[in-house]
Design a protein around this ligand. Structure first.
Ligand SMILES: [Zn+2]
Length: 79
């Protein structure tokens, strides 16, 4: 039997190759489903230091908006 991981949100065990893993700076968070990952992300967003999290979130939103715009431009060219 392969390795099993524990979901940090609900405690469910799941096998390697499934679930969601997020790691940084020696900490790896394991979630059995994207729903549990979303729950954790929501709590993190609500509780993390506002100055850090809002600047990063705004930066990410504009970065992703540019990606969506570029994708839209590429799709239009093909038509
Ligand atoms: Zn879970």
């Amino acid at each position: 039997m392969g390795r099993r991981f524990k979901c940090v949100v609900c405690g469910r065990l799941f096998p390697e190759g499934q679930g969601v893993f997020i790691g940084r700076g020696g900490l790896t968070l394991t979630f059995h489903s994207s729903r549990c990952a979303y729950k954790f992300l929501k709590l993190l967003f609500e509780r993390a230091d506002e100055r850090c999290v809002l600047d990063t979130a705004r930066g990410l939103v504009s970065e992703l908006e540019r990606v969506v715009e570029l994708r839209g431009a590429r799709v239009q060219k093909r038509v």
